[in-house]
Design a protein around this ligand. Structure first.
Ligand SMILES: CC(C)(COP(=O)(O)OP(=O)(O)OC[C@H]1O[C@@H](n2cnc3c(N)ncnc32)[C@H](O)[C@@H]1OP(=O)(O)O)[C@@H](O)C(=O)NCCC(=O)NCCS
Length: 268
């Protein structure tokens, strides 16, 4: 903690000399880049390469997981966020350091005068995701669709009344996915504001058709400053992204599969 990015982050050059940047900025205050990585696509030989992108503290944490699948998805997610940072800035994957905020949100430590890069990551069974922008609050969440979800019970705890009505009207075969679409959006929002589950989830609602948010207490936050993305990054997963921006209509949001060949190349 407290360590900062190594290198020479001159503000004007910082984002433009990445390997894929080709002279243009890949991320700025009006751009969001997000990657998702299905673990099924990662070959046995890739795991050591991905793990080599992590810093020693992350490798030590990975080694402490009891279940192999938790270890692997942790490695994938942390390699992904470091790879995305390298892709967009050209700085080596292992140079980045994070500091943990009050409710547990890791924030990048960037040197004074450098653009304030903001990232968030999420992992679930079989999928990792990471999202990056500059300055603005950002959150990402992914969930595995085949998980056992007691939608009726959980809905009472985490959905608003309006959301519960939408869930009840969904065909039974679509109920888990509808619930997890609400859930990923809510998690992406609480992760963006950094409060995690200390924020009551039933105090705000999503409209799934328009991808907008509504707050019970409008003094608490301004719905007009939020942009959301919700999608199925694989047949088995839901993903949602939340970004706070003064004018969300200006935002260019680029969500796509992670280029595994690029991540492999970083490890050499
Ligand atoms: C931590 C929390 C913010 C997200 O947890 P989650 O959905 O289980 O986990 P995700 O994989 O999406 O996100 C975890 C990552 O978010 C980041 N994170 C941790 N605390 C955070 C916070 N307060 N705000 C934003 N991001 C946070 C970390 O990078 C963490 O990964 P790491 O521990 O490997 O570094 C919190 O909301 C939580 O505990 N959720 C519980 C989820 C739950 O009960 N699910 C049941 C759904 S049916």
């Amino acid at each position: 903690m407290g360590e900062t990015l190594v290198g020479d982050p001159v503000a004007g050059r910082f984002l433009s000399h990445g390997p894929a940047a080709n002279g243009k900025l890949l991320v700025d205050g009006d751009r969001v880049a997000a990657w998702y990585l299905p673990l099924a696509e990662i070959g046995p030989a890739d795991w050591l390469l991905l793990e080599s992108l992590l810093i020693p503290a992350e490798r030590a944490r990975a080694a402490r997981f009891h279940f192999e699948r938790d270890r692997l998805v942790y490695i994938a997610a942390h390699a992904l966020v470091r790879g995305l940072l390298s892709f967009c800035t050209g700085h080596p994957a292992r140079d980045w350091r994070f500091a943990v905020e009050a409710h547990g949100k890791p924030e990048l430590s960037v040197p004074a005068g450098a653009p304030r890069l903001r990232v968030n990551l999420s992992h679930t069974r079989g999928l990792a995701a990471a999202a990056l922008t500059i300055d603005h609050d950002i959150g990402v969440d992914v969930e595995w669709l085949a998980r056992t979800v007691e939608t009726a019970t959980l809905a009472m705890r985490v959905l608003s009344e309006a959301e519960r009505r939408v869930l009840a009207a969904a065909p039974p075969a679509e109920r888990v996915e509808t619930f997890l679409t609400f859930w990923t959006l809510k998690e992406a929002y609480v992760k963006a504001i950094g409060k995690g589950l200390s924020q009551p989830l039933e105090a705000f609602s999503f409209d799934l058709d328009r991808l907008t948010i509504r707050f019970d207490d409008e003094a608490g936050d301004d719905a007009a400053h939020w942009r959301f993305d919700a999608r199925r990054p694989s047949a088995d997963h839901r993903m949602a992204l939340a970004v706070r921006h003064p004018d969300p209509s200006r935002l260019d949001v680029d969500v796509g599969p992670a280029p595994l060949a690029y991540l492999r190349g970083l490890a050499v």
